[in-house]
Ligand binder design. Structure first.
Ligand code: G3H
Length: 487
């Protein structure tokens, strides 16, 4: 409800970008600091959200949809005024290439606008009267209560807003915790939140997630956990709510999306799409291709062409034009990537591209690893980084088996020319994952399409319209038809 200076303990926020110090050592640039140990403030933020919701009687949940839309429109105008600052912070905090940081901002603004348009349509179709067997019902979409929103570091703005915006506009009140990498970029937006929404409707909390978030869940006052992040964290958090079955969860989680490249695939197209699919933003996308399954008859030319294209990727700093591979934000991430590659090498695989797996500070040169087999960590573990495992397959059954036996179920890509063969794969696969991509990479957008997954990969659905449904419930006001109200 108000902005005030923080005089408690802080955590330093470092950029993945390094400087070489006088003694020759690399040091990550310090960008600023965020409050740590802010548990008391987090509890106050939750109380503010609970009070503003007030059991559904608060000003926000009882406002008309048009009034809430007006607040969101006002916020969007103010947010656009902060564009440059937010884009720069995305770039510096997570090392996302500048052009992609700009795209993230624009995509988020578009997402808000699309949400408001979709809401107007949903509201028209959902606030209507129905008369059935003598009962008149007015069906409404109503809020769920108090929502905790948390987004991941790879899309800190966009994927925080992917739950926060629909939650808000449906009349819920919100507490949100920015990701550890990508926390500073919300500072420029604080005044916009403050000026566009009634007090207590939206509340940002800081502090270490492992300390703050359990305390919020423990109160039992949260109605919805909206998290885009890791499956392990989601499982852990859900259990902390004293009435787990009362906590609705809307989750976008781990994935290990595969591309199946059939013998008659257009090789150049497959190489191009698999390159973007596996290495955009260093492979740090939940939708990234994290296993390439290539028919044994074409695996050699595929590896050669793929490696040639990987060699052309520009490795550098996020502000450089045309850069593809940039510094990794998480401490120890390059070690983690190295460990995955070394494990595969120790078990018989090799890095097929020149310089693959080299490390320079926080930069990791993409490694194409072949042949990856069951028993190697890369076979099942989600690498979430610039390592591309490749495995050969003999028959379709073997490729299908990989997807069917996975714990994850987000997406798959198929590359091939024969409609018959692709058709044979599509039906079984679309029952295993939630999006089958034909001759193109896996991806979330355009955002009007459903974004979800099966098994350990998601709970609930997040397209523009599905998200509005996910953060609301259909309620109704009913009465009996009488002679008087018939007219
Ligand atoms: O990290 C997961 C994101 O949802 C990926 O989104 O496919 O648009 O890059 P994207």
């Amino acid at each position: 409800g108000e902005l005030k200076a923080w005089d408690g303990a802080v955590d330093t926020v470092r950029s993945p970008v390094c400087l070489r110090a006088a003694d020759g050592r690399l040091q990550q640039i310090e960008l600023g600091s965020v409050p740590s140990g802010a548990e008391k403030e987090a509890e106050e933020a939750l109380k503010a959200a609970v009070d503003a919701y007030d059991g559904g009687r608060g000003r926000w949940p009882t406002m008309t949809v048009a009034e809430r839309i007006a607040c969101l429109q006002d916020f969007t105008r103010r947010m656009i005024d902060c564009r440059q600052e937010v884009v720069n912070l995305i770039m510096w905090e997570i090392g996302k290439p500048k052009a992609d940081s700009e795209k993230e901002f624009e995509r988020t603004v578009d997402y808000i606008r699309a949400t408001l348009t979709a809401l107007k349509e949903l509201d028209n179709s959902n606030s209507r009267f129905m008369i059935v067997e003598g009962t008149i019902g007015q069906i409404r979409r109503t809020p769920l209560g108090v929502v905790l929103c948390m987004g991941p570091y790879n899309y800190p703005l966009n994927e925080t807003f992917a739950t926060l915006i629909p939650a808000l506009v449906m009349g819920n009140t919100v507490v949100f915790k920015p990701p550890r990498f990508g926390a500073l970029l919300f500072y420029p937006l604080l005044e916009a939140f403050l000026n566009s929404f009634p007090r207590g409707v939206i509340n940002m909390v800081y502090g270490r997630g492992s300390v703050v978030v359990p305390r919020l869940l423990d109160t039992g006052q949260l109605n919805v956990l909206a998290l885009i992040g890791s499956s392990k964290v989601a499982d852990h958090l859900k259990k902390l709510h004293p009435k787990t079955n009362r906590l609705r969860a809307i989750l976008g989680l781990d994935a290990k999306n595969a591309a199946i490249i059939l013998p008659d695939a257009d090789l150049e197209l497959a190489v191009r799409e698999c390159l973007i699919g596996s290495l955009t933003f260093n492979g740090q996308r939940c939708t990234a291709l994290k296993m390439l399954i290539v028919h044994q008859s074409i695996v050699e030319p595929f590896l050669r062409r793929f490696s040639e294209e990987v060699a052309k990727l520009k490795v550098g700093m996020p502000w450089e034009a045309g850069v593809n591979i940039t510094p990794l934000p998480e401490a120890g991430k390059t070690d983690h990537m190295t460990a995955l590659v070394e494990d595969a090498k120790a078990k018989g695989a090799r890095v097929v591209n020149q310089d693959g797996g080299s490390v320079a500070g926080t930069l990791f040169y993409p490694a194409v690893v072949y042949p990856v087999e069951d028993g190697m960590r890369l076979y099942r573990e989600e690498q979430f980084g610039p390592v591309v495992p490749v495995m050969p397959f003999e028959d379709l059954e073997m490729a299908l088996e990989y997807v069917t036996t996975s714990e994850h179920g987000q997406q798959v890509s198929i590359f091939g020319s024969s409609p018959d063969q692709i058709g044979q794969l599509v039906d079984p696969l679309v029952n295993q994952v939630c999006r089958v991509n034909i001759n193109c990479q896996c991806q979330r957008g355009p955002d009007v399409f459903p974004f979800t997954g099966r098994k350990d990969s998601a709970e609930g659905t997040l397209s523009v319209t599905d998200a509005l449904r996910s953060f609301s419930i259909r309620s109704m006001v009913a009465t009996k038809e009488t002679e008087a109200n018939k007219s």
